[in-house]
Design a binder for this molecule. Structure first.
Ligand code: CMP
Length: 140
């Protein structure tokens, strides 16, 4: 598998507990490189647009309010098979179902406050990266 990029968010529950470094260590130890990163407060509009695919889900409003409740760190991760590898490093969406050693198992609070977001396909990764970063901000 060739080098690939994926999009990641370190969510408010994790930034509140000062876990950015520990989460980045998981990525780096398992072969992903942080090639772009910025800490920001999402506006409600940005959060609604970013998660628009979930607009009809019962948890959409709760998800948006949570994502604007504190700082996030948005990132581009690069490596072999980065989309799938990141999903393995994150673990299952629900921390209670995540495998030992994964970010969500170690740090996640519940299915909403699950510490990280990661793209679920290379197509979505490209869309999500372009939502937050311009080309000159990504340095591989
Ligand atoms: P994420 O990978 O960011 O993509 C969508 C998010 O919706 C997901 O992680 C969860 O944090 C969140 N989510 C999924 N199911 C629920 C739920 N039942 N209640 C609240 N949030 C949810």
């Amino acid at each position: 598998m060739a080098t690939q990029r994926t999009f990641s968010i370190i969510k408010p529950d994790a930034t509140a507990r000062n876990l950015t470094g520990k989460i980045n260590a998981k990525f780096e130890e398992q072969g992903l490189r942080v090639v772009a990163q910025k800490r920001m407060r999402l506006s409600r509009l940005q959060a609604r647009e970013f998660y628009i695919v979930h607009k009809d889900r019962p948890f959409y409003d709760e998800l948006v309010e949570y994502m604007v409740s504190g700082p996030v760190v948005v990132q581009v991760l690069e490596g072999d098979n980065a989309v799938l590898k990141n999903r393995e490093i994150m673990g299952a969406t629900d921390p209670a179902k995540a495998a030992p050693g994964t970010i969500r198992k170690e740090f996640g609070v519940d299915v909403g406050q699950n510490s990280v977001h990661g793209s679920d396909s290379s197509e979505n990764a490209a869309t999500e990266i372009a939502f937050f970063f311009s080309g000159i901000e990504i340095v591989g």
